[in-house]
Design a protein around this ligand. Structure first.
Ligand code: GDP
Length: 598
């Protein structure tokens, strides 16, 4: 179809503000999907995402819409993931569009993540159409929300469309606005073919399926293609569009959105943000903005049963097929044996990978506390990166350590400013700015070490603000800091997997809190177990786990057999997540203790 009749758009919304409901309405109104039961096929199938309250990512979908001008338009909806861990993917999805619907709940107002994504959209020159949703709610204050959008983003309040996805109000107006306000694609049909990859998935039969926006030229179902960033090449096995089911076609042309099945075995060869061109008639330049997925948070993954190491490797390899951002390499720990140091985009990504390994691959895992990646300048001038605290070189050899820092945005009601300031300060944050979005809500910006965010910052923020604050962050470079390695000794033995990097000023406090917490978490043994925190050879804190006086079974000696069996079974259950370190059993929670300090 000619580009003048194509509109590519995305929906930016905070979780629960109504993105899914609104998309349903658009699909119904354009008769792309007639029955509500078909909704399921529209949604991405990751149950985990749903459980974790992340806005579910919708599959891309093409709609046909006859506008008020009597002409038929092709509308392509490309969704953006709704979590800060995936902001690069959001950026690339937006780069595939010329416009976005900004959906804001009329009873809630704009949130940090939404605002951050809107800025990304503006940076990509997208036309923003504000949609104030849920105007049917008794607590709705749509005029104020439209005014807030004007104040914060600068789009006139009268441009906002008042809608209720639930009641079907405003849907016709939104469809017209998509055609009227969003410009058509401006690619060159005659130029060498270029397509932007904004998503992908692995299919066991067709290999990696790249989700693409064709920018210039055309692709056919028989082409040999090249990935300009990774250098990989592939035969096109099939190409087509999402309606929303994958529907094969003979060609995809400039301006269109669709998929290309590549037969590739790994998404690592076909990364989000990369440009696909034709192997025989390649474009001179890739599209701008590609960068390989870069993990920011690292943790050790160890099988509880050390025999399961090969299975863990295989599972990680399988997951990696579908997840270019996941990295892993073998490591070993004196305490935990053989495992992998894995890299993730963020904590949520880590959670998702861990749960998938356990649910889909039935692996019992022990995971160490997450760490960021440090740049360490050694006295001899060498620079090493350290993603595992136990591998931090000895202090005597270290000239300087740099850590990643992020800029965070928090949006919250004015009454929480004090508590947020306090939290950020104890996490080594520095103030950047404060802006009132309206008389009751502020946008706060700070610079903070990433390591401090990784340690349950988000949970703390939520609990201190009764859930009212929203958070977004992005990497803002590296910065030197006075950091030291804190070692933990259990029963006189250093446990490498418990080591952590902390700021010198907080080392004593963290050390004391941590040994205290470990004392609670490590079960009592038949003998007394000292727990110590040390910097180098200097012990800075100590707690003692008292010896267990009687065998647990002694209680039921000669007693009820069922009770005895139950007790034994319960112990076995508990054992699953324990690791023998020397002569002491350490449970999973202990390795994560640092995350539950205050
Ligand atoms: P998403 O997380 O942004 O995809 O949000 P959903 O579309 O799943 O909607 C979240 C909740 O808000 C659901 O319970 C919807 O039924 C409800 N909802 C969505 N739009 C409206 C609306 O216009 N009015 C009302 N009252 N509820 C709505």
């Amino acid at each position: 179809s000619d580009q003048l009749h194509i509109r590519n758009f995305s929906i930016i919304a905070h979780v629960d503000h109504g993105k899914t409901t609104l998309s349903d309405r658009l699909l119904e109104a354009t008769r792309t999907i007639s029955e509500r039961e078909q909704r399921e096929q529209l949604l991405d199938s990751l149950d985990l995402e749903r459980e974790k309250g992340i806005t579910i990512k919708l599959k891309p979908v093409r709609m046909e819409y006859r506008a008020a001008d009597g002409q038929l338009y092709q509308l392509n909806l490309i969704d953006t993931p709704g979590h800060v861990d995936f902001s690069y993917e959001v950026n690339r999805s937006l780069a595939a569009c010329e416009g976005a619907l900004l959906v804001v709940d009329a009873s809630q107002g704009i949130e940090a993540q939404t605002l951050a994504n809107t800025y990304l959209a503006l940076e990509n020159d997208l036309v923003i159409i504000p949609v104030v949703n849920k105007i049917d709610l008794p607590g709705a204050h749509p005029e104020e929300v439209a005014q807030e959008i004007e104040t914060v983003i600068g789009i006139p309040a009268e441009d906002a469309i008042m809608a209720s996805a639930k009641e079907g109000i405003g849907i016709a107006e939104i469809l017209e606005a998509i055609v009227r306000r969003i410009p058509p694609p401006r690619g060159q049909r005659q130029q060498p073919a270029r397509a932007l990859i904004f998503d992908s998935h692995y299919d066991p039969y067709k290999g990696v399926i790249a989700y693409v926006r064709v920018v210039d030229g055309a692709f056919t179902s028989r082409d040999r293609v090249r990935f300009m960033g990774t250098g990989a090449q592939a035969e096109t096995l099939e190409l087509g569009i999402f309606r929303p089911a994958m529907t094969p076609l003979n060609e995809l042309v400039a301006g269109e959105v669709g998929y290309i099945a590549t037969g590739l075995k790994s998404v690592a060869d076909c990364q989000v943000g990369d440009t696909i061109t034709l192997a025989d008639a390649p474009a001179a330049e890739p599209l701008p903005g590609y960068r390989p997925a870069k993990p920011m948070v690292f943790a050790g993954l160890y099988p509880i049963d050390s025999n399961a190491y090969p299975e863990l490797r295989e599972a990680l390899e399988r997951l990696k097929l579908n997840d270019a951002a996941l990295s892993f390499q073998p490591e070993s720990s004196a305490a935990l044996g053989f495992g992998f140091r894995c890299g993730f985009l963020g904590l949520l990504h880590m959670e998702i990978v861990r749960e998938r390994l356990e649910r889909e691959y039935k692996l019992d895992l022990l995971i160490t506390a997450p760490s960021v990646e440090y740049q360490v300048l050694l006295s001899d001038g060498e620079i090493v990166t350290v993603a595992n605290p136990s591998e931090m070189p000895d202090q005597s050899r270290v000239e300087a350590i740099e850590e990643p820092v992020v800029e965070i945005s928090v949006i919250a009601p004015v009454r929480y400013i004090g508590t947020i300031m306090e939290l950020v300060t104890t996490r080594r944050g520095t103030f950047i700015s404060m802006d009132y979005l309206d008389p009751t809500r502020v946008l706060l910006k700070y610079r903070m070490p990433l390591a401090e965010i990784v340690i349950d910052f988000y949970d703390q923020l939520k609990s201190r603000t009764q859930g009212y604050a929203s958070l977004d962050y992005h990497l803002a470079g590296y910065q030197e800091a006075d950091l030291v390695k804190l070692d933990i000794l259990v029963n006189g033995q250093p446990v490498d997997a418990l080591s952590l990097i902390v700021h010198r000023d907080f080392a004593y406090q963290r050390g004391r809190d941590l040994v205290e917490r470990l004392r609670q978490l490590i079960p009592r043994q038949m003998f007394e177990v000292p727990i110590q925190a040390a910097i180098g050879s200097k012990v800075i804190a100590r707690e003692t786990i008292r010896a267990l006086r009687k065998d647990v079974l002694a209680k039921c000696y000669g007693g009820d057999v069922t009770r005895k069996r139950k007790l034994l079974e319960k112990q076995k259950e508990g054992k699953k997540r324990m690791k023998m370190v020397g002569s002491v059993e350490i449970p999973q929670e202990a390795f994560m203790a640092i995350l539950s300090l205050n």
